[in-house]
Write a protein that binds this ligand. Structure first.
Ligand SMILES: Cc1ncc(COP(=O)(O)O)c(C=O)c1O
Length: 326
């Protein structure tokens, strides 16, 4: 099992601080997510139906011609490598570690590549990158992404773009190109919509690939309640516009706060800030001892901070950083 943020119960046990007393900044999940209303009884009781309108609403939201709902983009990350014969796969590092792990587990040869020159190796058939990247916040131009896609597609290969953190900046998405051969985009309702527990994600790609993926996964990959919540959230344009504005402001506020405490972020997105720092684990532990959970990375040594939910949480982070006297 790879390391992930959000493991509050483990932190509570290690630091002997009750679960309810923690401020969890260890993920990039919107702490003020889409407000889930009570659901009709039928979505709990009936078998989910694939023609319930979810895919049409999702395609309209993403601006894509075809999409397949999944139980979180994690389900896609694990299933996709099984659709391809063993090949050479370049994965941009550092990044969400599940990608490399899944391609390796499916028998592919995984090579770590740098975000600035990810496609140097002419024998690579698949390039996987996260846009914007987690945890570095690295962004790419659409021109570069389209050029890499064209190179890969010409050799019968694939560009896989994990856009789990794209919703705050939709203008940078490749979703509109995903009807083309050789391009796969992954999206998640876990981050911007703050619905990580519902386990909803989408694969956007040409119809033939989506059909193979649907065959591999079988029926009812998403529960009825998850489908209902996803459809309503993707439909709610007013909330999306409000959240985009609010998250951009919160991201800037977090970067400003960290900078004021001597922790200028190396990178980030609207949903998290990333601070490279020698002995990052000392910083992470110092905050955890005060009941604030962040995510520490070993290579490069760094700490990722998610967004506080409210003024009380902002003040608590501020006070904890003062107490550390960095
Ligand atoms: C870059 C990235 N992609 C995908 C995922 C998986 O998200 P989910 O399965 O909730 O859609 C994560 C989770 O942290 C992530 O950071």
């Amino acid at each position: 099992m790879l390391e992930h943020g959000g493991r509050l119960r483990r932190a509570a046990a290690i630091y002997d601080i009750p679960l309810a007393d923690w401020l969890d900044l260890s993920t990039g999940i919107n702490p003020n997510g889409w407000p889930v209303p009570p659901l009709p009884a039928a979505v709990w009781q009936r078998l989910p139906e694939e023609d319930d309108g979810l895919t049409a609403v999702a395609c309209a939201y993403y601006g894509a011609q075809g999409c397949l709902p999944m139980a979180g983009s994690q389900a896609a990350i694990q299933a996709l490598p099984r659709l391809f014969a063993p090949c050479r796969v370049a994965v941009v590092q550092p990044g969400y570690a599940e990608h490399a792990e899944a391609w390796r587990a499916a028998g592919h040869t995984v090579v770590a590549v740098d975000a600035r020159a990810p496609l140097q190796d002419a024998s690579v058939s698949v390039l996987v990158l996260i846009h914007p990247n987690n945890p570095t916040g690295q962004v790419y131009t659409l021109a570069d992404l389209r050029a890499w896609h064209a190179i890969l597609a010409a050799r019968g290969g694939w560009l896989v773009v994990d856009e789990a953190f794209m919703d705050a900046t939709p203008a940078f998405s490749l979703a509109a190109d995903t009807h083309l051969p050789g391009l796969i985009v992954l999206r998640s309702l876990g981050k911007f919509f703050g619905l990580a527990g519902a386990r909803v994600g989408f694969v956007l790609a040409e119809a033939a690939l989506l059909a193979r993926l649907a065959d591999l996964l079988g029926p009812w990959t998403l529960s009825g309640p998850a489908r209902a919540v996803a459809q309503a959230a993707l439909h709610d344009r007013d909330w999306q516009a409000m959240a985009r504005t609010q998250l951009h402001a919160a991201g800037v506020r977090l970067a400003t706060l960290l900078t004021a405490h001597g922790l200028p972020p190396t990178g980030g997105t609207a949903l998290f800030q990333w601070v490279e720092r020698a002995r990052a684990e000392v910083l992470q532990r110092g905050l955890a001892e005060q009941g604030i959970l962040t995510r520490v990375f070993a290579a490069p040594a760094s700490v990722r901070f998610g967004l506080p939910a409210n003024e009380g949480d902002w003040a608590r982070l501020d006070d904890a950083l003062v107490a550390l006297a960095l």
